[in-house]
Design a protein around this ligand. Structure first.
Ligand code: SF4
Length: 480
């Protein structure tokens, strides 16, 4: 009897930095410029004209028209792609003979199909036309603002808080769950504005943490902390580490992958070393959490940045990716990514979140059943400590492993969840722990009777209006 192949065959793969000079606009860019964080920031692709200038004649006109329409009618995030991230799209290494076609239909089709492009430069034709948004999609789908203890400090879990330090990032991801607050306004989404001055907000956060000794764990996030001037971030972290009830501090930065040049700057590495030494002397665990969604994004520079952080004294660098159709929705794509992170970049695969129910995200979202299949398919290949959990961030509940679902109506795509703690807005809610909380699958993934049920029971125009009302309330909030 011949041996059957394993569903996934592991082979160690060397990381490569794709050759950026393959893009006409970067033909003369030197390695020194590429390594310069400031050059990376000023050379980001922020609009269609800049993409045209970079691509020369590589892309056909149909792509630009598709992108422009998306920007006008669908995008919840403005365009901002670092050169580092652009350079991981259609790398030569994905072509069978290692040579990218010069231009035209083959290149354009490959660009459309590229997993990094699919979430960093979404186009109109990517999105669903039947249900572009789920009827229950909302701008702040996790209700983080409802749980602000002070402005920007979300207290959802009993012992943990999320500190939203600033509303910007070095790169903007099309599926960003904080689309309500993060980034520039788009024609579809007027962003909420933080009201307090940063210095006052940070002081209020620290004051709350001093007054709330039950909180031991702080995720210092944004946006992306790579957009905070280092001296301001270090000053905040120093004060945070003075609070002796804080035992875990995690810095959230997608830029470790999207702009590794930032974390490789000598002054930043030295600063991280100082903070890590303080944390260690106080027995606090300081970690970095990043956000990588596809193996193509893991390059030698990303590995260098992660190792620089570990060498500086950070206890761990962990990845929290987002599960998205067309980006990483197969066992092989997830395992390739996890092995690239774990084996080649010293980054621990930690979580994959199901994509949240924000407007216009239906084409990216997977059903709970699909997520459960993926979780099953990736078990047993990685070490247990580096086997990521696929989690559903259930509104008003928090992260639940996809197999923790209480019950599941697969026809209507409704899953029901319970929780074992009260969020900060449920102190007096006696039913909080016995109530069932609902999460919804994308409607187009349901069997026909389920799709029919949604068509017959949902007024699509009313759902759209509800999203606009939600936008209006944010607009009012932003006007103070
Ligand atoms: S880096 Fe994070 S916060 Fe910033 S746009 Fe991407 S997902 Fe949103």
């Amino acid at each position: 009897m011949s041996a059957l192949e394993q569903p996934y065959v592991y082979a160690r793969r060397q990381l490569v930095e794709p050759d950026w000079t393959r893009f006409p606009g970067w033909r003369d860019i030197t390695p020194g410029q590429w390594a310069d964080a400031q050059w990376q920031r000023v050379s980001c692709v922020k609009n269609v004209a800049q993409l045209r200038a970079l691509m020369g004649d590589l892309l056909e006109e149909r792509f630009y028209a598709d992108l422009e329409r998306d920007q006008q009618e669908r995008a919840t995030m403005s365009m901002l792609v670092t050169p580092q991230m652009m350079n991981t799209m259609v790398p030569e290494s994905v072509w069978p003979d290692g040579r990218m076609p010069r231009a035209g239909a083959a290149f354009t089709d490959a660009f459309y199909a590229d997993p990094v492009r699919a979430y960093m430069l979404p186009v109109f034709s990517d999105r669903r036309t039947d249900w572009p948004s789920h009827p229950f999609a909302t701008r702040d789908s996790l209700h983080e603002h409802d749980m602000w203890a002070v402005e920007g400090l979300t207290h959802r879990y009993p012992t943990k808080v999320l500190a939203e330090m600033l509303p910007t990032c070095p790169q903007y991801c099309g599926h960003c769950t904080r689309m309500d607050l993060v980034g520039n306004s788009t024609p579809q989404v007027l962003k909420l504005k933080l009201q307090g001055k940063p210095v006052d907000r940070y002081a209020a956060m620290l004051d709350y943490l001093q007054r709330t000794p039950g909180v031991r764990d702080v995720v210092v996030s944004g946006g992306d902390v790579a957009n905070m001037p280092w001296k301001n971030l270090e000053a905040f972290l120093d004060r945070l580490l003075e609070i002796d009830t804080i035992r875990d501090v995690r810095l959230a930065t997608k830029a470790l992958m999207g702009l590794p040049q930032h974390w490789l700057q000598p002054d930043v590495v030295e600063g991280v070393g100082r903070v890590a030494a303080t944390a260690r002397s106080r027995g606090v665990s300081l970690a970095i959490h990043t956000h990588v969604n596809n193996a193509q994004s893991v390059t030698p520079l990303v590995a260098d940045a992660a190792r620089a952080m570990l060498d500086a004294g950070v206890r761990d660098v962990r990845n929290q990716g987002v599960l998205m159709r067309g980006v990483n929705d197969s066992p092989a794509a997830l395992l390739d990514l996890c092995f690239a992170l774990q084996d080649e970049a010293s980054i621990t695969p930690y979580y994959f979140y199901m994509c949240d129910m924000i407007p216009f995200s239906e084409h990216w979202r997977l059903s709970l059943r699909e997520a459960q299949h993926l979780q099953h398919a990736i078990m047993g290949y990685l070490p247990g400590f580096a086997t990521p959990r696929i989690v559903c961030d259930v509104p008003f509940v928090g992260k639940r492993w996809v197999h923790q679902v209480e019950s599941y109506d697969t026809e209507k795509g409704m899953s029901f969840w319970r929780k074992n703690y009260r969020t900060s807005i449920e102190a007096g809610d006696e039913q909080a722990l016995s109530r069932e909380y609902v999460y919804y699958d994308p409607i187009y993934t349901l069997p026909e009777p389920g799709q029919r049920w949604w068509r017959e029971n949902t007024d699509v125009d009313a759902a759209h209006a509800a999203a606009l009302v939600s936008a209006e309330s944010s607009r009012v909030a932003s006007l103070g």
